[in-house]
Design a protein around this ligand. Structure first.
Ligand SMILES: NC(=O)c1ccc[n+]([C@@H]2O[C@H](COP(=O)([O-])OP(=O)(O)OC[C@H]3O[C@@H](n4cnc5c(N)ncnc54)[C@H](OP(=O)(O)O)[C@@H]3O)[C@@H](O)[C@H]2O)c1
Length: 336
């Protein structure tokens, strides 16, 4: 099978990890990188071991030796460059959050459909065996019917003056940055989008949320609480409680960051129900995700275990509603 040849748009920090983790893959190859600055592109390409570099994003999209684009630009630029990549006939693996608004997300998928390319949103934890194990346990009824979901994620931004996460123009903020993880987690576990959200936030001087909590109500009756912050100690944890047990996960992108790849499970409702530790395989979610993307592009739709296009739009509707609620103070209903 021919390797999927990926070009990276921008010299983002996350791209360093992505390129390093994908490097050993037998099915995916990072063949080029682009920067707005030629010298930066060259430095980055040399350090990351990428063969070619381009001095503009447009030049990367015009590169005929590239099948697909990895888009880790600031959030405000995801839609513009994903739509341009689709028009250039490139498949796109776009970093989360897919866009700034749900309307942008719809326009991105419309462009992908129009030009006959695949577009998927990157959440490495959804490709990781730890999350696959959790989903299999939920589907086999290990904790009964899900009733409550609680997911929290946070870390500290040590360079607030320059970090894109605290930049309002680039669509930063804790919710869009790391909060998109617990929101996607709740939507994947509940298997639907919320009907109503209610949020509270604390704001950075730039105007973006540095910390945020939200309650999500689902039509099925499931309730979820999510929390996120870019001003706290590093953590990543989720709990799913059903009418027949409880499951806990770190929904990690790759161990050892975030701890070992395992699920903690209590099958049963008594306080003395034993807590099992279920080990899952390790590996890098970035590599597994890129390899699933390759198989999707090669025609194996079932290989993609990340969010679907409909779920990406649901996530964006939810993020928009949560921010509206955090700003206004009242609950916000989502369209059915
Ligand atoms: N899935 C994950 O686990 C994960 C982890 C981290 C981040 N992310 C996502 O990945 C994206 C990038 O995050 P990051 O922290 O890696 O970003 P970053 O290091 O700040 O890099 C962003 C890149 O975008 C380019 N860029 C273009 N216009 C820019 C502007 N006006 N200001 C700053 N940069 C600009 C720059 O490349 P050039 O200067 O070379 O053009 C820059 O290197 C975000 O969407 C984030 O949510 C995902």
């Amino acid at each position: 099978m021919a390797k999927l040849r990926i070009g990276v748009i921008g010299t983002a920090n996350v791209a360093r990890q992505f390129i390093a983790d994908v490097a050993p893959s037998p099915t995916v190859e990072i063949v080029a990188v682009a920067s707005r600055d030629a010298a930066k592109a060259e430095r980055f390409a040399r350090a990351a071991g990428v063969a070619r570099f381009h001095a503009s994003y447009d030049a990367l999209l015009a590169d005929r030796a590239i099948d697909a684009i990895y888009n880790p630009l600031p959030n405000s630029m995801h839609a513009e460059w994903t739509i341009k990549a689709a028009a250039a006939g490139k498949h796109i693996l776009c970093e989360k959050p897919l866009s700034v608004t749900a309307d942008e997300a719809r326009a991105m998928f419309a462009a992908a459909r129009k030009h006959g390319v695949h577009l998927v949103e990157a959440y490495p934890y959804l490709a990781h065996p730890q999350t696959q194990t959790m989903r299999a346990l939920l589907d086999e009824g290990a904790i009964g019917a899900v009733k409550l979901i609680r997911a929290s994620i946070g870390f500290t931004v040590f360079d607030p003056a320059t970090n894109i996460r605290l930049n309002a123009e680039l669509a930063g903020g804790a919710l869009r940055d790391c909060g998109s993880y617990p929101v996607s987690f709740a939507i994947v576990v509940a298997k639907e989008k919320p009907a109503r959200v209610h949020a509270a936030a604390r704001w950075a001087p730039s105007g973006v949320d540095h910390s945020l909590v939200a309650t999500l109500e689902f039509r099925s009756g499931i309730l979820a609480q999510i929390a996120c912050s870019v001003a706290v100690g590093s953590h990543r944890h989720a709990l799913v409680a059903g009418d027949g047990g409880v499951l806990e996960t770190t929904f990690l992108n790759h161990p050892p960051l975030g701890g070992p790849s395992e699920i903690h499970l209590k099958r049963g409702n008594r306080s003395d129900t034993p807590r099992e530790t279920i080990a899952a395989a390790g590996g890098s979610g970035f590599r597994l995700e890129a390899e699933a993307f390759q198989r999707l592009v090669a025609g194996d739709a079932a290989a993609w275990t990340g969010v679907t296009a409909a779920q990406s739009v649901d996530i964006m509707e939810t993020l928009e509603a949560i921010l509206k609620s955090a700003h206004g103070g009242a609950p916000v209903d989502l369209p059915a």
